[in-house]
Design a protein around this ligand. Structure first.
Ligand SMILES: CC(C)(COP(=O)(O)OP(=O)(O)OC[C@H]1O[C@@H](n2cnc3c(N)ncnc32)[C@H](O)[C@@H]1OP(=O)(O)O)[C@@H](O)C(=O)NCCC(=O)NCCS
Length: 210
């Protein structure tokens, strides 16, 4: 598989490492930060800005987004409409055969996705995350390292759960909401909200504009 990784920051480095582990031939990284152009990550060159993607489409490459920020990842999904996305699962992650993963989603090393869990498109299941049975995780969600979702949890589109967040069974985190690192969700978090703490409490409303 010939692959282009979009995003050459810290998150890009881990997505790249995951792609190399599954045996992809990574042609290049793309990033809009000129300071990164001409450098390389894990031996793969940063070829230039994201606008170069069409050149690689012509070379029959497939693509993966490697940007942790959910709104930016969503915008790039629209901008790069029509490219062929890959779904990546690190060889040392576990995804049960009845779980589903949408296109563009990346599952990092040490993550566990249990039976009947459904994960949408362009989601990030970061290092060591646990997604228990029957969870529903929407498009563009980012579950940061060490997040643990108990059974039947719903994480709606675009939500970001910081490192180590725990969600107890059956609870919901709303669309484009954030739960701060280490938070424990014991009540539903509404859409477009910032919550943190143990137990997690809503601190303020977030902007709805995407
Ligand atoms: C919650 C978060 C999004 C920031 O929210 P914010 O409103 O901008 O927070 P600020 O940094 O302005 O801090 C405001 C207050 O919240 C507290 N706070 C911030 N994050 C907190 C957290 N996760 N848990 C508990 N309290 C937190 C701060 O200590 C501060 O308290 P104070 O007013 O008493 O001094 C951020 O702190 C966070 O947890 N991000 C997750 C990062 C992460 O896990 N990244 C993973 C990458 S893989």
């Amino acid at each position: 598989m010939r692959l282009v990784v979009v995003g050459a920051g810290g998150h890009g480095k881990v997505v790249l490492a995951t792609a190399l582990e599954v045996g992809a031939e990574v042609l290049a990284l793309l990033d809009d930060d000129p300071a990164k152009w001409g450098a390389s990550l894990l031996g793969v060159p940063v070829a230039g800005p994201v606008s170069l993607f069409e050149r690689f489409v012509q070379e029959d490459a497939r693509f993966v987004l490697a940007i942790g920020e959910n709104r930016l990842r969503r915008r790039l999904t629209v901008l790069l409409d029509g490219v062929r996305w890959v779904t990546l699962v690190h060889p040392r992650a576990y995804v049960h055969a009845t779980a589903s993963l949408g296109e563009g989603t990346v599952v990092f090393a040490g993550a566990v996705v249990q039976p009947s869990a459904r994960i949408g498109r362009h989601a990030i299941v970061n290092t060591g995350v646990v997604v228990e049975h029957d969870c529903q995780v929407g498009d563009w969600v980012h579950l940061a390292s060490g997040v643990r979702l108990a059974g039947g949890v719903e994480i709606a589109e675009g939500a970001f759960l910081g490192a180590g967040v725990v969600v107890i069974p059956g609870k919901r985190v709303g669309r484009w909401s954030t739960v701060g690192a280490g938070g424990v969700v014991v009540r539903d978090v509404p859409d477009f909200s910032l919550a943190y703490g143990v137990p997690a409490k809503v601190q303020r409303r977030l902007q709805e504009e995407l």
